[in-house]
Design a protein around this ligand. Structure first.
Ligand SMILES: [Mn+2]
Length: 341
């Protein structure tokens, strides 16, 4: 089990204790398996207890999650802003799921900040939570927000409320945020939680198949192009990077989520310490960073790319051109590895 503040559990219990509440669960921009899994799992537990739950995300989730039960009920702000704003305005409690900075919500953030009446609750596992929440569950020792939700639910109501559907949602989060249980804080407690999910009736091979074997042909060819042609290595530091501009994405019929995980491939080269991916969109270049062992890309992202995350997985942004961004990256790598490593 992970450490959870009993005082926060008590506050949550009293928030949810007396009668049905109107609750909104919010996930971050480019919602991943953990954000969606934690929202659907926690949302299902709350609904079963009579609360009126609405799940909202800033933009669409990747299609490899389409099969998840209840996912069709998630409201997408970018596609349907008015009902989302309405739900937020009417909420008595708003939960931030799998992120702790409002800037992770882009335009949806303004809608939430302007609503001041709701109780704000944080459930997240990223570093440095701000104190602008009324109730805080923030655990960097938790490998996923979904695993944190499992811990909260078992403290609050016991494992009996975890139905197969809840277990399946939480398992998807635990699985995807750890690269199918291959990195992150892989504790005995996490695997005990997985065992509990199996007890609740989940089918692991079937979930694996639905999540990992669902790529389009375009995504596979884009991956081939990226690894064959676009991957560069900065030799002295064993740092790999990949750039993709909008024209290249169009050429491979890019669908939202297609580049998910690409940044991890260079790290499978023996000795590679860090991997970066730069993807251009209309407004900026999205920077994804991954590393091995003690190389801390959370620090790197904060220092050079206005971002952050975890020690071995972080992200940021650049408003420069791709050429300038790559040049800046080279300088940053040389400085970072010369001083910190
Ligand atoms: Mn997460």
């Amino acid at each position: 089990m992970i450490t959870i503040d009993q005082g926060e559990i008590a506050k949550l219990a009293s928030l949810l204790g007396d009668g049905a509440r109107r609750i909104v669960l919010v996930g971050h921009t480019n919602p991943d398996g953990d954000a969606i899994g934690a929202m659907l799992g926690w949302g299902e537990v709350l609904s079963a207890r009579g609360h009126a739950v609405t799940c909202v995300v800033p933009n669409r989730y990747p299609s490899f999650l389409d099969w998840m039960e209840g996912i069709g009920q998630i409201m997408i702000f970018k596609e349907n802003p008015d009902p989302v704003a309405e739900a937020i305005a009417g909420a008595e409690a708003i939960f931030s799921i799998d992120f702790n900075q409002v800037n992770r919500l882009e335009a949806l953030g303004e809608v939430i900040v302007s609503n001041t009446s709701a109780v704000k609750v944080l459930i997240d596992h990223h570093l440095d939570p701000p104190i602008t929440f009324d109730i805080i569950f923030s655990s960097t020792e938790s490998s996923s927000t979904s695993y944190l939700v499992y811990n909260i639910v078992s403290r609050l109501y016991g494992l009996e409320v975890i139905t197969r559907r809840v277990a399946e949602a939480l398992y998807v989060g635990m699985m995807t945020d750890t690269g199918n249980f291959s990195f992150g804080n892989l504790t005995a407690g996490l695997f005990r939680a997985v065992a509990d999910m199996v007890d609740r009736g989940i089918n692991i091979p079937s979930i694996n198949n639905r999540v990992y074997n669902s790529y389009s042909e375009g995504r596979m060819r884009l991956l081939g192009y990226v690894l064959g042609t676009k991957m560069k290595i900065i030799e002295p530091w064993q740092v790999a990077y990949i750039t993709l501009d909008e024209e290249e994405l169009r050429r491979f019929d890019f669908q939202m989520g297609d580049t998910e995980g690409f940044v991890n491939y260079p790290l499978t080269i023996k000795g590679m310490q860090m991997s970066a991916m730069f993807i251009e969109n209309r407004r900026f270049i999205r920077v994804s960073l991954r590393s091995r062992g003690s190389v801390d890309v959370n620090i790197f992202a904060r220092r050079y790319f206005d971002g952050g995350g975890h020690r071995n997985a972080a992200g940021g942004k650049s408003y420069d051109t791709m050429e300038q961004t790559v040049e800046r990256f080279h300088k940053a790598v040389a400085e970072f590895f010369a001083t910190d490593q």
